[in-house]
Design a protein around this ligand. Structure first.
Ligand SMILES: *Cc1c(COP(=O)(O)O)cnc(C)c1O
Length: 397
């Protein structure tokens, strides 16, 4: 069905609801973000590196945006580099740091449940002669810190651990790891793309040396992100070129995107606590609805997970089938990581948590935002319970 006056096609549910529950993949930009991005394209179009007055105005504006994002994480303006998104921030942190510090050691440690932007970077570094360790996780998605302690030695230059897992919402013990490390020897990189703007992340309090964030996961524009680099930590740039971004990220700055990002950060900072409460209520309402409808499911997200992500398994069903049935009812969900290939369709994150293939095969990820409503939760619970039960019945035969 088509929204009147709209150029896009939408699948509409029976109740004419269009329910977007894939906020861990990307979020709908705030109206204020769209307005600010357009305003900057129109009004602040000069190059911040230009010497004339318009260039200087653009540079001042860039500096203000950098301050906004830096302050939101307890960082200094000189410690923040804008990038073209979360993947680039992760790559700059891992390649940039390891390249600059390889003389001090070649051991690098991460977990089995990181985003591909981290895992694939580690894999490339293994090809370049680095010794990589992938920490096991338990059923809660918590990495084995005893294993980490055993692995840490004078040869270890980097530990990379995500703040919040994108498939399950599991919150990882960043503060504990930050306190375990001798930061003069081993840097802590945190992929905070799913946590930033949703849970408080103060780089100094948590002992973080490098932290990646992305704008489009918090209702900002796509293709913008940032990397925090603690003062005194050395990294090498990935790109050769101009001296933008403290000479660590060459290329003319994406000022409209950065402006929209800063606007999203302002809104998230103001609303973080109340939105978390609202989203937790939405999640509870959905689960209540499923229980009342007698749905047969398992919760894969840990009890203590961020409420923004809820990973459920409907055993006996292939999650893709369920995804397409929900899609036909106007509900957008995900099977887990959007980047998983057809060959490796079973989630490596859920498998690392020790769940059976049958359970992982039937896993769907529902990810929320404060833009969702209680009515949507009632609708999703009712549709999900009914359709999953039908599929489970068919598959049994
Ligand atoms: C989305 C995501 C990324 C990648 O960010 P992009 O801006 O899409 O490149 C990295 N890490 C995590 C945990 C993510 O959820």
């Amino acid at each position: 069905m088509r929204h009147s006056g709209d150029t896009q096609y939408y699948y509409m549910g029976e109740n004419n609801l269009e329910v977007y529950l894939d906020n861990a993949a990307t979020t709908r930009p705030y109206d204020a973000v769209i307005n600010e991005t357009a305003r900057v394209m129109r009004e602040i179009y000069a190059n911040p590196s230009s010497m004339h007055a318009l260039g200087k105005a653009a540079e001042d504006f860039l500096c203000a945006c950098r301050n906004t994002v830096a302050q939101s994480m307890g960082a200094d303006e000189g410690e923040l580099i804008f990038t073209a998104g979360g993947t680039e921030a992760d790559n700059l942190a891992i390649f940039g740091y390891c390249e600059a510090n390889k003389r001090r050691g070649n051991k690098i440690i991460t977990t089995k449940t990181e985003h591909p932007a981290v895992l694939e970077a580690f894999s490339v570094l293994e090809d370049r002669g680095f010794h990589a360790i992938y920490l096991d996780v338990d059923e809660q998605g918590t990495p084995d810190l005893a294993q980490l302690k055993n692995e840490l030695d004078e040869n270890t230059i980097l530990v990379s651990m995500m703040a919040v897992n994108n498939e399950t919402g599991a919150i990882l013990p960043i503060a504990e790891v930050g306190a375990m490390l001798d930061h003069s020897r081993t840097a802590l990189h945190v992929d905070a793309v799913q946590g930033y703007g949703k849970i408080p992340l103060h780089v100094k309090k948590l002992g973080i040396d490098l932290m990646s964030v992305a704008s489009h996961k918090i209702h900002g524009p796509r293709g913008v992100g940032a990397l925090y680099v603690r003062k005194g930590v050395r990294i090498k740039p990935l790109l050769a070129g101009g001296k933008q971004e403290h000479a660590l990220r060459a290329g003319t700055e994406n000022l409209p995107g950065i402006a929209g990002f800063a606007e999203a950060v302002r809104i998230r900072t103001e609303n973080m606590a109340q939105d978390e409460t609202a989203v937790a209520l939405l999640k509870e309402r959905l689960l209540d609805g499923l229980n009342k409808a007698g749905a047969n499911y398992l919760v894969n997200s840990p009890q203590t997970a961020s409420p923004y992500v809820l990973n459920l398994s409907f055993e006996g069903i292939k999650s893709e089938v369920l995804l397409h049935v929900l899609e036909s009812k106007g509900i957008s969900v995900s099977t887990g990581s959007a980047c998983n290939s057809a060959k490796n369709r079973l989630s490596y994150v859920l498998k690392a948590m020790g769940f059976s293939d049958r359970r992982v095969d039937g896993a769907v990820r529902l990810s929320f935002s404060a833009q969702n409503t209680p009515e949507e939760m009632d609708y999703v619970a009712q549709v999900l319970a009914k359709e999953a039960a039908l599929l489970q019945k068919i598959m049994k035969r």
